[in-house]
Ligand binder design. Structure first.
Ligand code: OAD
Length: 261
């Protein structure tokens, strides 16, 4: 994206008006927001995780019960990648929005902690977190070693830790296919989406439900929605714009515009 093409896209009068009027802002993020930190997305061709790994063998309760070492080792590999990564300009720009008089809610489908490490507090994680494993048997939270090893395990099989409470097997704290999303976070996400006047949908394919309802709810409730994604995406519902390009380039521009109103 050249800065000239970005300026042309940003100059759209409807988009400018939406940015000027915004008071209650929701950022709804997906894997694309972390792409420039070196974390793989799921569905991008060639490099997406689900292009190279079978979700049925890695991201279901049945897969964990059948082969816990394979599943735990794969999530530990991903966790190590996240620990070695740094927040990028998009995460930082989003965090900067909190230091304004806007009412900001950050809702993410991501299981990394890069929003938090950039400075965003109280992020709603709709798909759980790599960093909050729990017991598969009793649900007790499991504390990971504070000084986690930083070398990626290369996807080696690893035995899951044992729960200190009931000696059950510890599982990754992410939401797997077929599982319910954390009820409280999902409800809060839907309510905030229904009540916002601007939603920035950053780096998501928007194909996984119920999370994908968040921008739909915002649009149907009359909010403006801006999609930030190298792949042009519009839902065709209401007042929406697509800004084509990487989040780490767009988010600082958008935030600068919001701050200079
Ligand atoms: P996807 O991999 O489905 O989509 C990532 C999106 O990010 C795509 O639309 C890309 O075009 C876009 N993208 C790639 N690079 C980008 C960049 N630099 N800046 C902005 N956008 C970029 O990931 P999600 O939409 O997050 O669920 O996937 C939703 C859920 O599906 C995930 O939370 C995960 C997965 O199965 C669970 O693990 C439960």
């Amino acid at each position: 994206m050249t800065s000239q093409s970005a300026d042309v896209q940003l100059r759209d009068p409807g988009l400018q008006a939406a940015l000027c009027a915004a008071q209650r802002v929701v950022v709804f993020s997906g894997a694309g927001v972390s792409a420039e930190s070196g974390i793989a997305t799921f569905r991008d061709s060639l490099i997406g995780l689900w292009q190279n790994f079978d979700p049925a063998r890695l991201a279901t309760v049945a897969a964990f019960e059948q082969d816990p070492e394979l599943v735990w080792g794969w999530y530990e590999w991903r966790r190590m990648q996240v620990l070695a990564a740094q927040p990028n300009a998009a995460h930082l720009a989003i965090a900067a929005l909190a230091n304004t008089n806007l009412e900001l809610t950050v809702i993410t489908q991501n299981v990394d902690d890069l929003h938090e490490r950039a400075g965003s507090a109280q992020v709603l994680h709709l798909h759980g977190s790599l960093h909050q494993p729990r017991c598969h048997a009793c649900g007790e939270a499991h504390r990971l070693p504070p000084e986690a090893p930083r070398e990626p395990t290369g996807g080696r099989r690893l035995s899951p830790p044992i729960c200190a409470h009931c000696a059950g097997m510890v599982r990754p704290g992410v939401v797997w296919f077929g599982e319910a999303l954390p009820e409280h976070s999902l409800q809060q996400a839907f309510e905030t989406a229904a009540d916002c006047d601007l939603l920035l949908s950053v780096g998501t394919s928007g194909v996984v439900y119920p999370a994908a309802q968040v921008p739909e709810i915002a649009l149907r409730s009359g909010a403006a929605v801006i999609h930030i994604n190298p792949q042009r995406q519009l839902l065709g519902i209401g007042r929406e714009w697509a800004l084509a390009g990487p989040a780490a380039e767009w988010m600082p521009r958008l935030v600068k515009t919001l701050l200079s109103r």
